[in-house]
Design a protein around this ligand. Sequence first.
Ligand code: UDP
Ligand code: MG
Length: 139
Amino acid sequence: MSGNITLTMIKPDAVRKNQIGPILKMMNEAGFRIRGMKYTRLSKEQAEAFYAVHRGKPFYESLVEFMTSGPIVAAMLEKEDAVTAFRELIGATNPANAAPGTIRALFAESVQNNAVHGSDSDENAVIESDFFFSKVERF
Ligand code: UDP
Ligand code: MG
């Protein structure tokens, strides 16, 4: 059974370029409802924990540095089959491979500075939503 929530971050590269508005507009127009949202900046410890699955990979330390380089927008989104639908909306990790019209094709700078995060499974959508949002921060 597929779940109805996913967790996104608008990453520091996109925030720096004032792309929060256009990116949220694309999410809303694709039918995602915002259940929770916050503007925040990850500590090194938080970024390391969020990306713990990638610990040891060659890009891990640079990724943590990038993700702590400025504020982000974290949002919990709801739609039927949210994880799959959202990954379609954002496109491939590397913008060179992202389908035309996807968020990463439009806004990403590189495979690392790729504008947005999207959960990769229903299980991780729950874990990542719990990472950012308490019960009273969900609507
Ligand atoms: N990343 C990177 N180099 C790579 C692969 C990934 O810098 O070769 C970064 C990129 O910001 C990516 C994040 O690490 O979004 C997490 O990687 P993952 O493979 O989970 O990609 P995603 O699920 O974000 O598409
Ligand atoms: Mg991933």
